[in-house]
Design a protein around this ligand. Structure first.
Ligand code: 8LH
Length: 466
């Protein structure tokens, strides 16, 4: 372990009165800019420690690793660590079913639980997340550190425009902003008429920073336009997003930056992985997301073998907590898709990077007639088309023995004048995706807008798991 790594110990605990020197771009200058090999060596020791802790405190991990004849002490190299079996969400659901409500991977006494969050449960049994009191403080510290990296400073007003419910995104952003000594405006989202009220509050309070999902920011810009308010007048400087692809999809990113006149920052892993901001861009490395490897260990892996892929390659993120004690996740499979690189970052942090962010879930990729279509490609393309109305839907269905893809997009032109729009958009999509597309236009403002995460794909094929 490097003697100079600031506050590096397990279980983690940070000096709650610490703030960096105001002139420093870094919260922890050494940890953020150190030689990555040296950092990795410290992380390897930590991985063993976290595994020892989990093995001692959780029947779930003992069962899982005993079945593979694996002991934490065996983890003496990253090659060995890559052989630790991944956790899939179904296993957590099963563990919570057997040991309600938190599963037998809760590694602290129930009296230590400070927050309970969960999945919405719209696509199956909901999963509960238990976060310890001490962990919450550490999460807040980590998020404050990452917000500092985005350029947010004590005293700044941070407007949180995401659901305050079971969703961890809003609470995690708020915890970090509070620890950073910001002024938090926990506005929320999702109630009737709330978007118009958000416009009023943004115009009145002129916050410096803003958190939401990317699709909600675009929705907000539309509602502001309807209210004859220019979102640039909110005076926002930095908008950070998580929860879905968007902030790293070039056309979406540009649309948000142009509408609000603010910097767009992408962040986010998974709720289970809170501090979920451990993948995040910074003010001087604004594109994609850096992987803050001393907070959460991020691997990008082959989706079948779960061994890491070389830098430059595509794979699926696999995450391991380095600081959580309540429900530490050790090799949680995300089933998302990304690409990682290791290069010099303009901000000086020596972390690997996901240059294109996380571009989607493996399950959401549409397999049609031998081609793979990412819904984000469609989004990116449509946002560049003149007269596009801002929302679309992708329907995949089987007609006879053929799969058919229908893209329905809003158009700002009156219905009698859309021939040219339909022709250029339909043929553009077809050549981009390499599959036949039936393209339809609908009136602007007629498709549903997301108040949270968008759901634009309707796959009607029976065999497709959604
Ligand atoms: C993303 C991104 C992103 C999440 N780019 N896809 O918001 C962060 C946490 C709280 C969250 O959304 O957790 P949740 O609800 O468990 O969803 C996780 C999934 O959301 C993740 O696996 C991705 O598919 C997606 N996601 N942040 C692209 N910045």
């Amino acid at each position: 372990m490097s003697a100079q790594m600031e506050e590096w110990h397990f279980p983690a605990g940070y000096d709650q009165s610490y703030l960096p020197d105001p002139s420093s771009p870094y919260w922890f200058p050494h940890r953020e800019t150190m030689d990555p090999e040296e950092r990795n060596a410290a992380v390897l020791v930590r991985l063993r420690e976290v595994m020892e802790y989990a093995y001692a405190t959780s029947p779930f991990y003992r069962r899982k690793w005993d079945a593979e004849d694996l002991k934490p002490a065996d983890i003496t190299s990253f090659e060995a660590f890559e052989q630790v079996p991944v956790i899939q969400k179904e296993e957590m659901r099963a563990a919570q079913h057997e040991h309600p409500p938190f599963g037998d991977y809760l590694c602290v006494d129930e009296s230590e639980i400070h927050h309970i969050h969960g999945t919405s449960g719209t696509t199956g049994m909901p999963t509960a997340f238990a976060l310890g009191r001490r962990d919450w403080e550490v999460i807040a510290d980590n998020h404050a550190r990452i917000l500092w990296g985005m350029g947010v400073r004590p005293g700044d007003t941070v407007f949180v425009a995401a659901l305050f419910s079971l969703y961890l995104g809003s609470w995690g952003a708020m915890a970090g902003a509070e620890r950073l000594r910001c002024r938090v405006l926990p506005f929320g989202a999702g109630a009737q008429g709330m978007t118009a009220r958000a416009v009023t509050w943004l115009a009145r309070t002129k916050p410096k920073a803003f958190y939401a999902t990317p699709s909600y920011a675009l929705r907000l810009a539309e509602v502001a336009a309807q209210e004859k308010i220019d979102p640039k007048d909110f005076g926002l400087e930095v908008m950070f997003f998580s929860g879905e692809p968007g902030a790293s999809v070039p056309a979406v990113r540009d649309a948000i930056a142009d509408a609000f006149g603010a910097r767009v920052v992408d962040c986010g892993t998974m709720a289970e992985m809170t501090p979920f901001m451990s993948a995040s861009a910074t003010d001087r490395t604004p594109d994609g997301m850096l992987l803050w490897q001393d907070i959460v260990w991020h691997e990008v892996c082959d989706p079948t073998t779960f061994r890491t892929v070389p830098f430059g390659s595509e794979g699926t993120p696999v995450y391991t907590h380095l600081e959580r004690t309540s429900q530490p996740m050790i090799r949680l499979a995300s089933n998302d898709l990304t690409r990682w690189v290791m290069e010099d970052n303009p901000c000086g942090r020596t972390y690997p990077k996901l240059p294109d962010g996380v571009y989607g879930r493996i399950d959401d990729m549409i397999h049609i007639r031998g081609e793979n279509v990412y819904p984000t490609e469609v989004d990116n393309f449509l946002r560049g088309v003149a007269d596009y109305g801002g929302e679309h839907q992708i329907v995949v269905r089987r007609t006879g023995s053929m799969d058919e893809m229908i893209v329905r997009a809003e158009c700002t032109l009156p219905s009698g004048q859309r021939d040219d729009f339909e022709r250029r958009t339909g043929s553009g999509l077809q050549s981009l995706l390499g599959v036949r597309v039936t393209f339809e236009s609908v009136d602007a403002h007629t498709l549903e807008r997301a108040e949270h995460k968008s759901r634009r794909v309707v796959d009607e094929r029976e065999h497709t798991k959604r």
